[in-house]
Design a protein around this ligand. Structure first.
Ligand SMILES: NC(=O)c1ccc[n+]([C@@H]2O[C@H](COP(=O)([O-])OP(=O)(O)OC[C@H]3O[C@@H](n4cnc5c(N)ncnc54)[C@H](OP(=O)(O)O)[C@@H]3O)[C@@H](O)[C@H]2O)c1
Length: 251
């Protein structure tokens, strides 16, 4: 497939690398100047592109940006992009990083807000595993205890296409329902960065409580920031699992 990725940091860069390794053609764009973008593209095996070029003649566009950067994308970004091109959002809203976005703080589902900013339907995916998990924990399809990733959106066929790309990155995909239901894999839920198998993830998605998620997310950030040293990927996953007594892997 032909894939355009905007934002090639920890998550977008890893997705780019894995898509290239799976045989897809990947163009990338970020906020860098041309030389740094070129260097990043070389590192990832991708093609550097302007924001206009990165969305042109592709099957899928992946946005992997801090939520606060979404409104600063070019206003006409999707004007010439056909409606059958799938747009994916990997973002998670963190007030300490993304400042106050009142609508999200008042309960609007994060990717619904992103979709409204862009004026475009979205699939939410690649948001509920840590970048290190995405980078190092992928396994062949059918492997025992393969970790699963949630995918949400209103277009069933588009979700199938993205599920196939998720499989290419070494993870099972679990359909979490409509975009309005994508809060089930936002921060502060049992499905968020807990490295579950597909069956466990289905239960975790059902276990989430929307009204509690923001408070759990913010308390988790305070607790993790208070640790004497930056926690490892494994420590963050264990921490997240312990937040939820009903989580299938809680200890
Ligand atoms: N890190 C994780 O473990 C993880 C896991 C799941 C989901 N997420 C979510 O995925 C999103 C990206 O996270 P990340 O950790 O990959 O962030 P990151 O490492 O900070 O990378 C962000 C990328 O976005 C680019 N960018 C920022 N503003 C831009 C703009 N206006 N136009 C174009 N590109 C822009 C940056 O460009 P430059 O390279 O030029 O700075 C950078 O490449 C966030 O919403 C995050 O919450 C993160």
């Amino acid at each position: 497939m032909k894939i355009g990725i905007i934002g090639t940091g920890a998550i977008g860069g890893t997705i780019a690398q894995k898509m290239v390794a799976a045989g897809h053609t990947v163009k990338i764009n970020n906020s860098n100047d041309t030389e740094r973008l070129k260097a990043r593209a070389e590192e990832l095996g991708a093609i550097p592109a302007t924001s206009k070029e990165v969305v042109k003649d592709v099957d899928v566009i992946i946005l992997s940006l801090p939520t606060i950067a979404i409104p600063s994308l070019p206003k006409n970004l999707f004007v010439d992009v056909p409606s059958n091109v799938i747009v994916v959002d990997t973002s998670n809203y963190y007030p300490f990083r993304d400042a106050d976005i009142e609508e999200i703080k008042n309960g609007k589902v994060e990717s619904v807000w992103v979709s409204e900013q862009l004026g475009r339907p979205l699939i939410k995916a690649f948001n509920n595993l840590l970048a290190e998990t995405l980078k190092h924990q992928g396994k062949e399809k059918g492997t025992k205890n393969r970790i699963a990733m949630a995918v949400s959106g209103d277009d069933v066929e588009a979700k199938q296409v993205i599920s196939s790309l998720i499989n290419d990155t070494g993870f099972d995909a679990v359909d979490s329902g409509s975009l309005a239901e994508s809060w089930r894999h936002q921060p502060g839920t049992p499905a968020y960065c807990t490295e579950l198998t597909a069956e466990e993830l289905k239960r975790a998605l059902a276990d989430g409580v929307k009204e509690n998620a923001a408070a759990i997310r913010d308390a988790a950030i305070v607790a993790l920031s208070a640790l004497p040293s930056y926690p490892s990927n494994e420590e963050i996953v264990e921490f997240n699992r312990r937040l939820f007594p009903k989580n299938p892997k809680s200890v």
